[in-house]
Design a protein around this ligand. Structure first.
Ligand code: IFM
Length: 454
């Protein structure tokens, strides 16, 4: 009973955000340019020609926003550091104003008893480093490690939990292969696979830098994946869903095991070597030792699920039905994905899982009564938190749950047209309006954790 109480108390309940999506302050205090600044300048790259120059203006409004966060009652806040705010050129001279900004954010969080969960890289690569070859340049991993060491030394006295890379699937797939995201490249073949390897090397080098600087910090890697789940609980169907989850997809860079096997099991899946024997050209044995060194958490972002069935011994995907629930981006709403993906990754990688992002994209207009009645989001959160609780009861070690996201923000190529926040942001006035879901989550949190001391 005591263990259970302890575990519940330590469970991380929070929200997640990222630097480029909320901070704004793009030309403030010597922040260098990132690939997203450049990408947004490209005609037709982002809906409505939007960019993150102002975003939610968190850079100036963080004190008030963090007060709101305190009111929400979370005990964890996941945010990413803008590499080019700390190192405007990506390497070399540190920008004291950038470090100071994050120091203030972290100090306020600590004073509110909210655990800062720092993501080192959430897609906003310094433009200068991209011009030096970006992920095609093996040296990039060294630059990432130097930046990590700087962040660890600056913030590690107050930050315990670090994650290295957010969604390598999107960094490579969207950014470097389909050109949908910054920097908008279209790599394939060996060049694409070299970039994948260098991204993994960044993770490994960053973990080494963290271990050398902060022996007590925790480290993890943040993934997204299609949550395949069995349409019934026959052993054969469960096996088929698990196999699909860890298969190398036809769209290779979106695979889960391609990144997670090296990080959590120490090597690429054997099917990868079979399919791409020349991959070994750029993999050095010492790389895999560094990439695969022990991590503490498996951070999993999960938004939906896809059922898998088995007919006549063969796996198949049941067709979607007209009118199946979906969010404002058309993503299927299916909480079974969360239950099964967390179970599958826990069984395979054997690390406590943190649900690092889970949330709903809605329309979320401010109504005549001045409120935002986002009943769909409340329903979504209830369903997913319910499934997470089931998974925990059934033995999956889940250490945290973070709603994506705190504030409506810059939703990448959708600009400001899609809203995921618990707090509505009017982007012309920067007025914040907590949505009904904010109050729902606040009231829910009161039932699961002791009140903050402050
Ligand atoms: O906004 C993104 C976030 O940056 C990464 N994960 C998915 C979210 C919703 O699209």
């Amino acid at each position: 009973m005591e263990t259970l109480r302890r575990k519940n108390r330590d469970f991380l309940w929070g929200v997640a955000t990222s630097s480029y999506q909320i901070e704004g302050g793009a030309d403030k205090a010597d922040r260098g340019k990132s690939i997203w600044d450049t990408f947004c300048e490209g005609k037709g790259n982002v809906k409505g020609g939007a960019d993150g120059k102002f975003a939610c203006d968190f850079y100036h409004r963080f004190r008030d926003d963090l007060k709101l966060l305190k009111e929400l009652g979370v005990n964890a806040f996941r945010f990413s550091l803008s590499w080019s705010r700390i190192l405007p050129e990506g390497r070399g001279k540190v920008n004291p104003a950038g470090v100071d900004f994050y120091n203030q954010v972290i100090d306020i969080l600590k004073s509110y008893d909210i655990e800062p969960l720092v993501t080192l890289y959430h897609w906003d690569m310094p433009e200068t480093l991209y011009r030096c070859g970006g992920l095609l340049n093996r040296d990039f991993a060294g630059w990432f490690s130097d930046y990590t060491e700087i962040a660890a030394k600056a913030f590690g006295d107050r930050v315990k939990h670090f994650s290295t890379i957010n969604e390598p699937q999107c960094v490579i797939g969207d950014g470097l292969v389909t050109a949908a995201h910054a920097p908008g490249d279209r790599l394939n073949g060996g060049r694409m696979r070299a970039a994948i390897h260098h991204l993994l090397l960044c993770h490994g080098r960053a973990v080494s830098a963290l271990r050398a600087t902060l022996p007590h910090a925790t480290a993890g890697f943040v993934n997204c994946a299609i949550g395949f789940y069995p349409e019934n609980e026959n052993a054969e169907t469960i096996e088929a869903a698990k196999k699909s989850t860890f298969a190398l997809y036809d769209a290779l860079p979106y695979s889960l095991s391609l990144y997670c096997d090296p990080v959590y099991l120490g090597d690429y899946p054997k099917e990868y070597y079979e399919a791409y024997p020349d991959t070994e050209d750029f993999i050095r044995p010492e790389d895999l030792r560094e990439i695969g060194q022990p991590c503490d958490f498996f951070y999993q972002n999960v938004y939906g699920g896809s059922p898998m069935g088995v007919k006549d011994g063969k796996p198949y995907s049941p067709p979607t039905k007209k009118g199946d629930p979906a969010n404002g981006l058309g993503w299927r709403v299916d909480e079974n994905g969360l239950y099964w993906i967390s179970k599958f990754v826990y069984e395979r990688y054997k690390k406590p899982v943190i649900i690092a992002e889970n949330g709903y994209c809605g329309l979320d207009n401010v109504c005549l009564d001045g409120k935002v009645h986002d009943a769909d989001r409340i329903d979504y959160l209830q369903r997913h938190i319910g499934k997470m609780t089931d998974a925990k009861k059934d033995g999956t070690d889940i250490a945290g749950y973070l709603v994506w996201t705190f504030l409506d923000n810059f939703e990448w190529t959708y600009g400001y047209s899609k809203r995921f926040g618990l707090v509505h942001v009017d982007f012309s006035t920067q007025k914040r309006t907590p949505k009904d879901s904010f109050y729902w989550y606040r009231d829910f949190l009161k039932t699961v954790q002791p009140c903050s001391k402050k």
